[in-house]
Structures are given as C-alpha cells and as structure tokens.
Design a binder for this molecule. Sequence first.
Ligand code: ATP
Ligand code: MG
Length: 387
Amino acid sequence: MQKEIILVKYGEIILKGLNRPIFERLLINNIRNALKNVAKADIEIAQATIYITPENISDTDIITDRLTKIFGIVSVTRAAVAKKDIEDIKAVALAYCSKALEGKSFKVEAKRSDKRFALNSPQICLEVGGYLHDNVKDLTVDVINPQVLVKVEVRDFGAYVYHTKIKGQGGLPIGSGGKASLLLSGGIDSPVAGYMMAKRGVELEAINFFSYPYTSERAKEKVIDLAKILSQYTSGMKLHIVPFTDIQLEIRDKCPEEHSTLLMRRFMMKISEKIARQNKSQALITGESLGQVASQTMPALHVTNSAVDMPVFRPLIGMDKDEIVVISRRIGTFETSILPYEDCCTVFTPKHPTTKPKLENILKSESLLEKNRLIDEAFAGVETITL
Ligand code: ATP
Ligand code: MG
C-alpha cells in the first residue's frame, strides 16, 4: 500500500509575527486533543506545514475528517510520500494519481523548497507530467483549466505528491481568543453564533434554559445534540442546563404580559453572567440578529444588554436568516435545529410584545419580582453535562 501523509496548512497564524510560535503550539495541542480518542498519529511541524503520519494507514480517513473541523487550519491534503529521487517521484505519482487521472485533463505543478534537489520546479513538472501522460489512459494536458491538478512538493523532510486539497475551517485556534459562554437555544441561530465565535479562537461553554414540564425531555435532548455537533469543532464543551420554569411562571403571574419576553431575556442574561464568571468565561454570546423578532429591535437589545456587566457578542447581528441557514447547513446543525420541539420562550410568548421598550418601564416590571432569590434558585439547580 502506498505510504500516505497528511499535510496541514494554516492561514492567518502565519501573519502573527513574534507571537506565531504561541499560535502554532496551540494549534498542535488542539490537533492532539481532537485526535486523542480517535487514532494514533505522529505530528511534526516544519516550514509552515504540519505533517501528520497515521500510525495505521486505515485511520487516514477519520483523521482527515477530524482535521477539517479544527479552527486555524485552511487546508488538509492527503499526499503520497516519495523518496527525494525523480524516478521514485514519477513512480509514486503514477501509482497514486492514475485512477483520478484516467480520461481527464491535467496539469502538474511543482514546488521545490529543498534547493539541494537537482531539478528545479519547471524540470520536475516536465518529467512528472511527461511520465504520467505516457502511462495513463486517455489523459490530456490542459494548463489553463485542468480537471485534475497534480502537485509535487520537494521539501526538507521528503517529497510529496497529491491531487486533492480539502478546504479547512479557517479561523484561529480555539483558546487563542479567550473563553465565552454561548446562550444555546434549540433554534437555528445560536449554534451558528457559537460556531462563528469559536472560529475566531474562542473557547466555548454553552448554557440552555429549560422549562420542564412546559418543554419536553425531547427538547432537552435536542439541545444536547446541538451542543454535541458544536463540540466537534471545539474538541469538547460543557453544557449547563438551567431550570427556568419558576422564573417564567412568576413573570407570567406578576408582570405585564407585553414585557414578559424582555424580562425573560434579562433573567437569562443575568444567570448566564453568573455561570460565566464561575467558569472563567469573559463574555456572553447570543444568536440575535437585528430586527428578526420583537425582542431583537435596537431598543429591545439595549434592554437585554443592560442586564449584564460583561461584553455580549452577537456575531449574527447583521445577517439575514437565509445567510444564517447556509452556515447552519454547512456546519451540520440545521437538521437538528428544525426538529419541531418547543423552546422555553415559544411556550410563554406574549401576543403583543413591545418592540420599542423603555428600559425604565421594564425595570419597573422587574422590581415586582424577587430577582435575587429567583436567580439564586435557578443557579443552584444548574445541571452540567460535559460533551
Ligand atoms: P435561536 O434560533 O438561536 O433560538 P431565535 O431567533 O429563536 O434564536 P430568541 O428566541 O429571541 O431568538 O432568542 C435570542 C437568543 O437568546 C438566542 O439566539 C439564544 O442565544 C438565546 N436564547 C433564547 N432562548 C434560549 C434558551 N432557551 N436557552 C438558552 N439561550 C436562549
Ligand atoms: Mg429561539
């Protein structure tokens, strides 16, 4: 069987100047973590490339799949390993690429970063291209728009041949951007919001407000499933589930109905802030998008925001629903998000929510409640799941 290696390229990290080694170390650590329970592999870094050699060749598929979900990586390439000898490179190229090349148009590109290698890049292209052309059935040359691009790299470590590059997630390694707590509902938006912040290197914890028995165990399972999907990108995550029913019932019984959504939102923020501080998170993240619903107008967001003293990130604020859906499908949360189990907010939604709330009026309603007791009780009932 042909010996394969996985070449991992990273993007923005290269621009980090003197801090670059810190980011590289973090990325390598994250890769080790992601592969820990999956497969054994040797991991080395040189010349802005991470070389991953699976201990068992049969693990190459699963390792490749995991790597395409790690932030900070721009491409993942499976490559055949050849000796630094042009005859061996030609033979390996033929063995490794012939199936992909049959009946197609192609072009060879070469890169020689080991300048001690006798042939320069154009000479490597000519040699390998000519050999493939002579030995693969129905192969034509197209240097402008080839169906298959065969790449040869001659590096310090060895020579590599490949023809398919898989796009990575991009972004920055998790942990380089601090830690934040994501308010995760069962909807489409909040998982996408979490993904977008994690992409910028933010370590996540998730918080869900749960209104048993008004919302079912299935609704809770759905949120756990969403958190599991997200955790594939973050190499694990904690999910805190907060009992929210008592707060919702008190709001319903004691406050004007049109204020109820914003009062609930403020309680969610306050409790989340408390959980965040306890877990050393520096910020909150929500899936709000300007104007999407009554509680996401600018005055409503001001009311929600003023409940806490910590930065609140809303990465979807300027996005349309269809743009959010595209990301949700790509990251694999959409199918779970659209399962029809009710969310705690939908159960208690007022008929006529205010869209232009005044903070002072909302605070007046809030003062009708025993705020601290309600927050403390909910906080005491938090159930934490490690994914
Ligand atoms: P989503 O699709 O994320 O549910 P949404 O459009 O339904 O969002 P809202 O219900 O107004 O919007 O919620 C706004 C934000 O508040 C959500 O994106 C999420 O961050 C947070 N949120 C709402 N409900 C919950 C909940 N039950 N648990 C945790 N966070 C929630
Ligand atoms: Mg929702």
